[in-house]
Design a protein around this ligand. Structure first.
Ligand code: GLY
Length: 583
């Protein structure tokens, strides 16, 4: 094990031994990197209003496919499935059939439910599977290898959601994506840049380079991009349902690629994969209902824990992105993310105390440990940034009846494992990277070595995805979510605070600069130009270590106008290709 890592092994067991935050030391080291160049915000920055239905996603093609399904009489679940398949074609960095995700649904009568189609570990997985031949933890094996691929869940999840709540025929939901892949579409600016970036990293995988380039040369903006292998796979799914993916030729091609590259997934792993319908997390915040994703995502639990803590403070009086409000929000994040590291995992493999973590009583206890004027400390030395992939994707759907669907799904890193299944044309995820690396390996780089989220046969890896719906007095209010690894929960939190506490219109709430703290590393990461110099100095004086970052989250949201009932689509302008499309 590398020395710097070894020094910090078992830090978690020390830090999690119920140490009151009030007695943790405060250090003064400050890191502030002026001049960081952020990703240009070139996307749709203005809200879109509609009378009936709305889809907001990472591409206009996908939002249109979803809206057309609504116009054809489909409900929000139908539209979400069709949008998801279209993103697998038009947003290959994160849209997928080779990954997994979560769907939260609120029906017009106020009932709520959720679907879990998270990837899972293959039957041959073990907690020590990320060690190399010398017995040392290997980040490459964990994140960037065939062993990093989890058993995909997306197709099973869409099929189960459709079978349970869909109204249009399955064929109608998949067909537009077959056509997009087969006939091609003109490359958008964001996707063109993204593909150029991706093919440079796909060198070890010829099928991937072939799928995403013209014989190794990048496509130019506006060129027509066709994906014939993907079209054939989608056609099988269209005709055979989930069996078109988990059995027969597609399953065989996946298993063959695994055998070629030393991966663990077999035909049996694919055949036995199951998606689940689950009871959502339900919380409240200042009179609003918060409906979000339960474990194996940490998202809903940690979101509600943070909201419960913050309910005890008058954030509106403190002001948006002031040192006072950022201090209190950061202290809530610190405590909730420590609990994430201690307790959150696949509920079939760990006893997750969801009820306590989401209770108002527990939040009141945690507030007792927050000093109004001093930062607590999670770790006394760390200033490093862990890897946080921004490449998950979130989309929101509301139909004419007021049914709302919030979906976040992912390949984990941008383009996942970078491995396209030869002959099948789709990317495999590298979601095994969301398991903890090794028992006891907790360090300042953001590795967490706690027991519950270790890789075991069939276990689902812990996620941060936080597809969320807000309601009030029995009425739908908003659909919210984001990509961004561990930053996801904090991005969703801040959109909610912006709407409820700071009374921003949804587009302003989406556009506003964000911050992130995750217990470890002990830094407050703020988007470029997110706060003033005096606010930064105020936070540093309290003991916070400040870091500037380029961009956090892509929160494609929908809000309902409480007066007119209009659907207000707010695409996140941080996403060049993201679009709201309504009718
Ligand atoms: N891979 C991102 C997440 O599941 O949180």
């Amino acid at each position: 094990m590398p020395g710097s890592v070894a020094r910090h092994v078992s830090r978690l067991s020390i830090l999690t031994a119920a140490i009151p935050f009030s007695i943790l030391l405060v250090t003064g080291t400050t890191v502030w990197k002026p001049g960081y160049t952020p990703v240009a915000a070139t996307g749709q920055a203005a809200e879109v209003r509609s009378q009936h239905g709305m889809v907001v996603s990472a591409t206009e093609h996908a939002s249109r496919v979803g809206t057309e399904v609504l116009k054809a009489g489909g409900n929000a679940v139908d539209a979400a499935i069709a949008t998801g398949f279209a993103l697998a074609v038009t947003h290959p960095a994160a849209g997928n059939i080779g990954g997994g995700g979560f769907m939260v649904i609120r029906f017009p009568d106020g009932r709520v439910t959720a679907f879990d189609y998270r990837e899972k570990a293959p039957l041959a997985a073990t907690p020590r599977m990320f060690l190399d031949e010398n017995g040392e933890y290997s980040s490459r094996i964990h994140h960037n290898s065939h062993k990093a691929v989890g058993v995909p869940g997306t197709v099973a999840g869409f099929a189960l959601a459709h079978q349970t709540y869909g109204t249009l025929g399955w064929h109608r939901l998949v067909e537009p994506s077959v056509a997009l892949a087969r006939d091609g579409f003109a490359l958008m600016p964001g996707l063109t840049r993204s593909l150029q970036y991706a093919i440079a990293r796909m060198e070890p995988y010829p099928a991937s380079v072939a799928a995403f380039s013209k014989n190794g040369e990048p496509y130019a903006e506006g060129e027509i991009w066709k994906q014939p292998d993907l079209a054939r796979t989608l056609e099988k799914i269209m005709l055979e349902g989930r069996d078109g993916f988990y059995k027969g030729e597609t399953a065989r091609l996946i298993a063959e690629e695994m055998r070629r590259g030393g991966g663990l997934i077999t035909e049996e792993d694919l055949a036995i994969y199951r998606a689940y319908e689950r009871e959502p997390i339900k919380g409240t915040y200042r009179g609003y209902d918060v409906i979000s994703m339960p474990p194996p995502s940490s998202g809903g639990t940690i979101l509600v824990e943070m909201l419960n803590i913050l309910e005890g403070y008058d954030l509106r009086a403190m002001g948006h992105n002031t040192s006072a409000s950022i201090h209190h929000i950061t202290e809530a994040m610190r405590r909730a993310y420590l609990d994430r590291a201690r307790f959150l995992a696949d509920p079939s493999y760990a006893d997750v105390p969801v009820e306590r973590l989401t209770s108002k009583e527990y939040a009141a206890e945690l507030r007792q440990s927050i000093d109004q004027n001093r930062a607590s400390v999670s770790d006394p030395v760390d200033i490093e940034l862990p890897h946080e992939s921004p490449q998950t994707t979130h989309y929101s759907v509301v139909d004419a009846d007021g049914m709302a669907v919030s979906v976040t799904y992912t390949l984990e890193a941008g383009y996942g494992s970078k491995i396209v299944v030869p002959g099948a044309g789709f990317l495999l995820n590298n979601e095994m990277g969301d398991f903890n690396p090794l028992r006891g390996l907790t360090d300042t780089l953001g590795h967490i070595g706690s027991e519950p989220n270790l890789a075991r046969p069939g276990q689902r890896m812990l996620s941060s995805m936080t597809p969320t719906i807000l309601a009030k007095d029995g009425q739908l209010v908003a659909v919210v979510g984001s990509p961004g690894g561990r930053t996801i929960i904090n991005s969703v939190l801040q959109v909610i605070l912006n709407v409820i506490d700071f009374e921003m219109p949804i587009q302003e709430a989406v556009n506003a600069k964000r911050l992130h703290h995750a217990w470890l590393p002990n830094t407050v990461r703020v988007e470029e130009d997110g706060i003033s110099e005096s606010t930064k100095q105020g936070l540093e004086a309290m003991g916070h270590r400040m870091i500037v970052r380029g961009r956090q989250g892509l929160t494609h949201c929908i809000m309902i106008d409480s007066v007119t009932g209009e659907r207000i689509g707010a695409a996140d302008p941080r996403d060049a290709d993201g679009r709201a499309v309504g009718y």
